[in-house]
Design a protein around this ligand. Sequence first.
Ligand code: SF4
Ligand code: SF4
Length: 339
Amino acid sequence: MTPSELRFPVDLPVLGAAPAPGARIFQDPSDVPLLVSCNCPTTLCNYRCSYCYLDHDARDGAREGRALRVWERIVDRIAEIRRPLFLAIGTQGEPLTVKPFWDVLRRLSALEHVRGFWFPTNLSRPIEHLAEGVDIAKLGLTASLHPSEFRNHDRDLEAFLSRCEWVRERGGDVVINFILTPDQFGLFPAYRWIARERGLPMTANVFKGVYQGRSYPESYTKDDHARIEEFFADRPLVHDFMSGRSSRGVACNAGRDLLHVDEATGAVWNCPFALEPMGSIFDDELAVRTSASPCSTDWCKCHWTIGMIEEMTQRFRRTKSILNYEPREELTPGARPFA
Ligand code: SF4
Ligand code: SF4
């Protein structure tokens, strides 16, 4: 048994005074959707992208197997929340390689109030077989395009795009994502053109990490930033915050419409970056905030968390593919992310 399993479940106190009426997510039903992220503890991946910061070869399968069972129990507990739920399931590997992951999606599919589940995937394997019994209309995928890993570029690209279409034809939501590493940078417009020809939305992620001895995004040149800005022309705030604009102090719906749950202990935070403690998922009295609050960290790093910032929420509506932002017809003060 690992130290994290020994700590499970934790019983952290909810900070602050008594919860406001309607804020207790296991007690007070509400029809306002809540986004809950809880990462699947797997590092198994069939790719070896040169820019990946994860060490897929150092994994301990037995330890991961135990961690997956704990994660399943925590996800089942999350599903008891009495609000419409969107689940964000990040991984450090490839979900198409993890069988228990699909068993969990089958269970979640059967729950009416679970409106959607999101996860990233390289779509390198036939999802249509693995997803048997899963409600595809609830899927919201970030399909990560890694052409450097294709053995036969045209064949593998076609398989990737066909799988995106397969999910969309069944009501699921897919956004193709592309990492803007320095040597892939120039390829983005061409792949985006191909995706658009097939009616598939595509976006990019600013590269965060060290590449050939240089740290990014700090090492992007002025010209690089101008091009990234053009890539994000339809959502300039995403560009701003991904490229380093401080989020500290901005009004944000994290903690109200987003919770982040530790996959090993069940500890709950407002979001995965600010990490403000909210309590434990095993506490029946767990409560969320009832208004937006100022961000307490400098860098809101991801597309999907940036969407929780109040200014974004006023301009865009979220979908179950949490990288997808639908523009609102007009600026809507007081809007909730999924409404
Ligand atoms: S597909 Fe993703 S997790 Fe796998 S090696 Fe590439 S970047 Fe890493
Ligand atoms: S702005 Fe981003 S980092 Fe800050 S609280 Fe909101 S979601 Fe978290």
